[in-house]
Design a protein around this ligand. Sequence first.
Ligand SMILES: Nc1nc2c(ncn2[C@@H]2O[C@H](COP(=O)(O)OP(=O)(O)O)[C@@H](O)[C@H]2O)c(=O)[nH]1
Ligand SMILES: [Mg+2]
Length: 567
Amino acid sequence: LRLQQPNERYLVSEIKDLRFDGRLADHAALENLRSETDRLVTAFQWKVGLAREFPLIACFMGGTGTGKSTLFNSLAGRTVSPVGIRRPCTLEAVVLVSEEFASQVQDSPYLENQTESTLTVVLHSQPELSRVVLVDTPDFDSVEISNRSVCERFFIISDVVIFVTSQEKYADHSGWEMLAQAIRWGKKTFCVMNKATSDNAYRDFYDNVMQLDRGIRPVRVEKQDKAVEIVPGLRDRQEFAELVLNSEEGAGTGQTRSRELEALLNRAIYSVEKLDDSVSAHAQRIASVNASIDRIVSGVSGEMEKQLDAIVTENIEGQIRERLSTLLRKYDVLFVPRMMVRKALRKIYYSVTELAGLGSGSDLGSDNDKQIRAADFEKTRSAARLEPLQTGIAKLNVQISELLSSDSGLEDLRQVASRDVERWGEEKIQSLYDDAFPGVEHILEVEFSKFRDGLSRSDEMKLYGSYTAWALFLITAEIIVGGGFTLFDAVVNTVIVPFIPKWLLNVKVLDVLREIGERVDLEHRTVLKEILRKQADLYTELFSKLVPGSDQRENLRKLRSRLTSSA
Ligand SMILES: Nc1nc2c(ncn2[C@@H]2O[C@H](COP(=O)(O)OP(=O)(O)O)[C@@H](O)[C@H]2O)c(=O)[nH]1
Ligand SMILES: [Mg+2]
């Protein structure tokens, strides 16, 4: 057994930090496995770091009133642990340890999270007890869950288990289970029948023990005439004297300790492996569900894309014509040379500085300009046809729900999904689309500035022309979001070109419109697909969070190999 370096000790936060979501089907089992593993690994880390001379830990274990405390006191040679009249009498564990080793018990990370009410450490300076740490544990058949868990904790760190039963109690099932567990583990085990009066009962007990393990020699302790706190002479009986003196071991704790450490390590490894495998299995299960959801998304996304291209009808053509002429008329009214006349008149009344911006003829001042254009942009936004996305999201939700219902092993995920995943409806989809739309607005703005700057400075029509261009940009975007690039392509020559003044056609405005069209088309499709994807992400992200993250799983794997390599 390779002893670990000091800095490797107590690095078990890997297990302490693991969290399993309560909504996971196996949550309770996983949590139990986690705390069991935590206990085993912490126990191993503590024990492996103990000094070689640290005495063997011998724990008295058994059912209520069998006489554990009495025997414990008898070996201690004094009343350390209360012997009870009322049962259950020992509500806490009592650890009797030589003061020389006090700190190693008191600083034990393994024992520290037991409150004072469950653990009493009694220090002694009795040389005859220096080679053993005696532990009196609470009754393991107690109704108190906390008592049982205290027993289990001490069972794990014990080098020797002194299994105590009494003539009245020996048939009790839970006692035998405990014994069988100690034997399976390979612990050094003593079996005591206390308060024995009948040869037959002892014989029966003896045979039962033999059937479990022929290496154990059951010890018989006669019933005292009256209730006692100490059984006289018990310490001097050979079996007990050997236990206390630990004489068979030669110097130090010897073989018993190292065999026990090995067994403890193997248990810890087994438990870590089981935990790691369970966590991986769950992570795998969720990864595979998430992969299926990804496939559903691609399928639905593909179908949705096909729905985006509208078929050209006379009705659509009419609508586009109507809208474009409205836009142009509006800008016409605002910006035809009549305005120039108005400006000339105003010049007489207003100061020159105030009119400097207007007078240059390039724009109306950027704020005002933007406001006028933004008002029309609102309509462009609402022209977007979102039914394909609404249908897509509905399909996605149905298919995911079918996926989760198809396998009873996914029942927990089905419940999580139906309880905790919001399914997006029309309104939500619209608002998500609106939030994403500034992307398109930005494209139009940038293209617009570029185009306007490109117009010749000397052009008297610059201002007017640029608003005509803006109207064309808007209608292009509207056509795209309403029916895709194919629709634009289909109507550009018949419906749009007739509206474009010749001089604008000459500066290649059509090329610019196509370019804008392609970019808006791409952006629009991307936005729709992203919204679909985000709905799916609500499922996958929630599912992923149910199991520990990849960092934690990686740490668990590292711990696993660290422990395996020290075996
Ligand atoms: N008469 C008699 N009473 C005993 C003997 N051993 C234990 N007792 C009594 O049995 C009761 C329970 O003993 P205790 O050591 O507290 O049992 P524990 O619950 O296993 O710790 C106490 O009243 C003891 O005095 C014995 O050998 N003879
Ligand atoms: Mg007791």
